[in-house]
Design a protein around this ligand. Sequence first.
Ligand code: UT7
Length: 326
Amino acid sequence: MKKVKITGTGSCLPEKILTNRDLEKMVETSDEWITKRTGIKERRIAAEGEAASDLGCRAAEKAIKAAGVDAQEIDLIICATITPDMVFPATACLIQEKLGIEEAAAFDVEAACTGFITALSVAEGMLSTGNYNNALVVASEILSRITDWQDRSTCVLFGDGAGAAVLSCAEGETGILSTHLGASGAYWDLLSLPAGGSLRPASRETVDGRLHYMRMEGNKVFKIAVQKMAEGSRASLQKAGLGIEDIKIIVPHQANLRIIKALAKKLELDMEKIYVNIVGYGNMSAATTAVGLDEIIRKGLASEGDIIQLVAFGGGLTWGAATVRL
Ligand code: UT7
C-alpha cells in the first residue's frame, strides 16, 4: 500500500457577512445568547446564484496551486456536501467541468459534517492501491439555502464556505497516518432535512410545512457529539500508534465552542492545541474541517513534519477523525 500525502490546501469564504446583530432583526434572539451559547459572532453567506460547485471550485484552484500539480494530473475528484448544486449530477462532476479537468473520476460523498474526513479517507484508500495518482478532495456547503430563517434554534448556527485538499502518493513517513469513521443510524432523526428525497418528494405540503429546511434536536446532538468526537480522536491515534501528546494541533468540527471546550477537557488537551474559528464562520458542515486545515497551514500553526488531527461529528449520526503527518 502506498503512503498518501496532503500536498496542497485551499479555501473559499463568501464575502457577505451576516452578524449576530443582523440576526437580531430577523428572529427573536440576541448577540449575547448566540455568543454565550455557541461562540459564534458572524457567518459568511453565499451570493445569490452562487452554488456549492462555485465555492468548491475556487477552494480547489487554491489547493491545486499550493500543491504545484497540473490540474490535468488529477485523476480523482471527491466532493463532500449536503448542499449539492442539484440532487444529481454529483457536484464533483460540476467542479471537474469548471476546472476544465478531463475524465478524472468524480463523485460526491454525503456524511454531513463528517463529510470532509470521510472523503479524505475514501481518497486515501483509492490512492493507496496505486489505481489513482492525484486526488482532489473538496468540501463545499451553502447551508444558508437549507436554513430555516424563521427558526431561531438553528438559523443562528450555520454559515457557507468551502475547503479543498490535493492528495498524492508519496514516499517516506509523511501522509495520512490513520483514519477512523463511525456512524449510528439509530439517531438519524436528531439532525435531518426531512423532504426533497424519495421518502417525501417536494410537494405543496412539504413546502408549506417548511420540510425543506434543516431540523435539529440541539442538546441531544450536543452530548453525543462530545462523546463520539473524543472516541474518534482516540481511535485514530491508536491506529496510528500515537498518543495525544504527539499532536501539534487538532482541527475539530466547529458546531459550538462549548462542544470544542468539552472535547478538549475529555482529551485532557490544552485549548491552545485546538484550532478554533467558529467565531467568524459558524458551522459550515463538511467545509468546516477543510477550511480549518487550510487555515492552520496558511497561518503557520502547523508545517511539514507536524502531526495534526481532524475530528468531526454530524448528521447521520456520523463521526470520524484523521491523523496526518504534514
Ligand atoms: O454540526 C452538526 C452537529 N451539531 C451540533 O453539534 C449542534 C449541537 N447543539 C448545540 O450546539 C446546542 O444545543 C445549541 C446551540 C443548538 C442550543 O444550545 P442549548 O444550550 O442546547 O440551548 P437549548 O436548545 O437547550 O435552548 C435553551 C433556551 C430555550 O429556551 P427555554 O426553553 O429555556 O425558555 C430555547 O428556546 O434557549 C432558547 N433558544 C434561544 N434563545 C435565543 C434557542 N435558540 C435561541 C436563540 N436565541 N437563537
